[in-house]
Design a binder for this molecule. Structure first.
Ligand code: ANZ
Ligand code: ZN
Length: 830
């Protein structure tokens, strides 16, 4: 038998029974309905990134929900009116694939999974307001996604243009980027090619500068890393457009504009490079080089942009057989085509300055092109070293720039000259592209446009929205057959033109699911609102979101698109703010044995099994206690069994309290009361700072102090013991709702502890006052003790006589007299 039997066995805490017991009670009480905090309560919107219904919940969901719920439940306890909604991002490819596999409609798979997940969320006891539930694949929802598309189009923010898509020649289908695996089709392995299609875009680029500027207000409340990723994605570059004249083989001249961030290096531009896949390359190529260009292009089409921009990749290219005039030196410089220049960035053409740009230098060395240094940085000449110098220095070989010593002055001077000559201008370039929103897929919101041979693009009138997806297609109907499934659905695609009534066709593309998720937080405000996508009055009350919690995998696109939508809605006069999410928290990942969980590694952890074994509370507690929310959790290092034990200890406290419910804590044991109030006070600050794991640790300490007070202190009837046990229940209500509720009941209260309210902290009990007591033995100071100012004479004597230095000084001699003057002095005579 084990020797440490400090705890009595006591009655068992039946986790499963407790879970069964409280669910129906909470469902009846509905404690988390937004708007139920009473008149005048401040409103706070707590949002968690809504799930995709891919199957049942997994460990990742369990983590984010546990963390998010601490915030929401804390706000309720503090008296805020909280909106904490849940819904599903329920369009998307997996449902379509499942439908083809199982010969069913994608809705079957989608809504079955939603029900499974909803049941799990309820069991997991997340404090959602279920009355706000929405699914983006409901016609009631996508009606408004379509409505928004039409409003964006009216503002010139949704438009069509030709652009290349991934095409599998074997499956005869367009592929999403994520279906292309190393240049091949995910389904059949065939080499993916590009195909031109007319596609829909949102004009996010119109908002590039605002998307950048408005981030200033998010500094400090969004993770720095996310802000940096957004900035990088927007990619603002200041520089210049410079015009070069190309002498064409047929004797004509073609002016080609380049974008450069270093116009000050123009004197060192010794050749020009055009993106091999830009139309321009084919337009300027000399006839005798056209075949070489065509052959090269075949190769280029297989490489991804990431490959193309890699600096360590061997350079390849084709001499186009023409020259361009450097506008400041008047020199004729060769014009090449290469894949390291991207067709859709800047102007798709560059001036190459090999001395000061590494990729240009690699290219020059590969093809024997001239290198001329124009900035002397004090480093060795790049011509000899093969290392481009990119820093500041003094200009050389640079005409009017020679003698200038810094980049800013050089850039200003050259732009002045270019503008005077009419050969260029200062400009700002963004990396951000317009958002390609159309998908040649079935399971998405149909684009509400009709194409009429006579009227062209005709928007579907608002009163005919939603354009519903056909419900009679399933399985094989959804297989790609050279065109999208909707285009092949004759009954659906053929309609009368809303404008002239003649025969016309519906647009058969559907929208990217990122469109659905760019405004769902507004629909939550009233998911059944009929007069618009959202209720503007509700938006004034609740928005912006006070705390958004979700994965860092959405650090770029989802957040950027939601920010874009919000700004457009602001400009439409529908919102009076410009940023949707005031604060953002990214949780870490749940991993196992140092690695992300995956089927192939076989290291997946099944959430359902964990819950069956340890209970919901222990799983939630483990997630929250694991560490700071931003850190990854390695499940292999966790101890849900330890969490079970702790919860049992906490629960036992409630059963041991013998004072009646409502007993005033005043007059209770002061030492314990101080621990309680200190813990609550610190918890407030820790919760605001998202240090949830520390709050759990402090709750554990409080449980220990309370246990001690019951067993070997003032005893179970002391009012401070009740106060402490109640504080434990309230702290646990943020993390372990079932245990907390059970404790609350055992303490003689009505449910629900979740709305019991945060106890007021008594500042008088926070005073960390202690005084120094001096202990003398035979008139000599032997010890100084830090004690409470109100320590009793008996306690002070006990502490003093137990002090090792005092024991040594007494040295076993009989004690004649002890004089105690609490709290300052103890005098021992031997
Ligand atoms: C001449 C030069 C000299 C450049 C020099 C750089 C250093 P960011 O900052 O990313 O905007 N560039 C322009 N368009 C390009 C394209 N379509 N594909 C690939 N590269 C392109 O980069 C701008 C710089 O990247 C431009 O400035 C240009 O090279 C190159 F010492 O022009 B630079
Ligand atoms: Zn028409």
């Amino acid at each position: 038998m084990s020797e440490h039997h400090t705890e009595q066995p006591g009655p068992a805490y039946d986790v499963a029974a407790v879970q069964e017991k409280w669910r129906p009670v909470w469902e009846r009480l509905d404690p988390f309905r937004a708007g139920s905090a009473g008149e005048g309560a401040e409103k706070r919107y707590a949002l968690t990134m809504f799930p995709y219904p891919s199957g049942d919940l997994h460990m990742g969901h369990a983590e984010v929900m546990a963390l998010h719920d601490v915030v929401a439940r804390y706000w309720w306890q503090r008296g805020y009116d909280v909106l904490n909604p849940i819904g599903w991002d329920s369009f998307g490819l997996p449902a379509e694939n499942a439908a083809i596999r199982n010969d069913e409609h994608p809705a079957t798979y989608t809504y079955a999974n939603i029900e499974t997940q909803a049941e799990s969320f309820r069991r997991y006891a997340v404090s959602f307001d279920w009355s706000r539930r929405l699914h983006t694949s409901d016609p009631e929802y996508y009606r408004w996604t379509q409505w928004l598309f039409l409003r964006f189009r009216e503002r010139g923010l949704a438009y069509r243009k030709n652009s290349p898509v991934n095409w599998c020649p074997n499956d005869q289908t367009v592929l999403a980027n994520e279906q292309v695996v190393q240049g091949t089709c995910e389904r059949c392995g065939a080499e993916v090619t590009k195909r031109e299609l007319n596609q829909w875009y949102f004009k996010v680029t119109d908002y590039a500068q605002r998307l950048l500027d408005d981030m200033d207000a998010l500094q400090g409340t969004w993770p720095d890393r996310v802000l940096a990723m957004q900035r990088n994605w927007i990619g603002r570059s200041e520089g210049a457009h410079v015009d070069f004249d190309i002498a064409l083989a047929d004797g004509g001249t073609r002016t080609v504009r380049v974008f450069t961030t270093r116009p000050d290096t123009l004197y060192g531009a010794t050749f020009m490079v055009i993106a091999a896949d830009a139309k321009l390359a084919a337009e300027v190529v000399a006839p005798d080089r056209a075949d070489a260009l065509a052959a090269y292009l075949e190769e280029v089409r297989k490489a991804s942009d990431i490959d193309r921009l890699a600096t360590d990749r061997p350079k390849s290219g084709v001499d186009l057989g023409v020259t361009a005039t450097n506008p400041v030196t008047g020199e004729q410089v060769p014009v090449w085509a290469s894949d390291y220049v991207l067709a859709d960035y800047g102007t798709g053409a560059i001036m190459a300055v090999p001395a000061h740009d590494q990729r240009d230098l690699d290219f020059a060395r590969a093809f024997g092109l001239p290198v001329r240094r124009v900035v002397d940085t004090g480093e060795e000449n790049p011509e000899e070293t093969g290392v481009a110098t990119t820093g500041d220095g003094s200009y050389v070989n640079s005409g009017e720039l020679d003698g200038l010593g810094d980049k800013t002055a050089g850039i200003a001077r050259i732009i002045e000259r270019l503008e005077a000559d009419g050969r260029g201008t200062g400009t700002v370039n963004f990396r951000l592209r317009d958002w390609l929103l159309s998908r040649q897929r079935f399971w998405g919101a149909p684009i509400p446009i009709v194409h009429c041979p006579d009227c062209g693009e005709v928007p579907v009138p608002d009163d005919q929205l939603p354009v519903r997806l056909p419900e009679n297609l399933k399985g094989a109907d959804l297989k790609p057959k050279g065109t999208s499934p909707l285009a092949a659905a004759e009954d659906w695609v053929n309609v009368d033109c809303p404008s002239c009534g003649g025969p016309a066709k519906r647009d058969s593309d559907t929208m990217d699911t990122f469109v659905d998720s760019s405004w769902y937080f507004l629909r939550y405000l009233d998911p059944h609102y009929e007069d618009g996508p959202f209720d503007p009055a509700q938006a004034r009350e609740w928005m912006p979101v006070a705390q958004y919690v979700g994965g860092v995998e959405h650090a770029i696109l989802h957040l950027l698109y939601s920010r874009f939508f919000t700004k457009v809605l602001h400009d439409m006069g529908m919102l009076d703010f410009v940023e949707p999410f005031s604060a953002l928290l990214n949780q870490g990942q749940v991993i196992n044995q140092g690695k992300a969980m995956s089927k192939s590694l076989g290291n997946g952890v099944n959430l359902g099994e964990m819950i069956d074994r340890y209970g919901v509370d222990a799983v939630r507690l483990t997630m929250v206690f694991a560490g700071p929310p931003e850190d990854d959790i390695d499940w292999a290092d966790m101890s849900p069994g330890g969490a079970v034990k702790f919860l049992h200890r906490a629960w036992r406290l409630a059963g041991d309290v013998t004072s009646a419910a409502g007993t005033a804590p005043e007059g209770g044991d002061v030492a314990l009361r101080k621990v309680v109030h200190r813990t609550l006070h610190d918890a407030e600050q820790l919760l605001e700072g998202h240090r949830f794991n520390v709050v759990v640790a402090r709750t554990m300490e409080l449980v220990n102090s309370t246990r001690k007070a019951i067993d070997s202190g003032p005893g179970p009837e002391d009012p401070a013991v009740r106060e402490a046990a109640e504080a434990v229940a309230i702290l646990l209500s943020l993390v372990a709702p079932y245990t907390a509720e059970e404790m609350w009941e055992r303490l003689g209260h009505e449910p629900t502890v979740a709305r019991a309210g945060w106890p007021a902290v008594d500042p008088a009990l926070l005073v960390e006052d202690s005084v120094t007591a001096v202990v003398q033995v035979q008139g000599k100071v032997r010890a100084r003790l830090e004690v409470a100012p109100d320590i009793s004479e008996a306690d002070l004597e006990q502490v003093a006589m137990a002090d090792p230095a005092v024991v040594r000084a007494i040295d076993g001699k009989p004690v004649r007299k002890v004089v105690v003057r609490a709290p300052k002095l103890v005098n021992v005579v031997v």
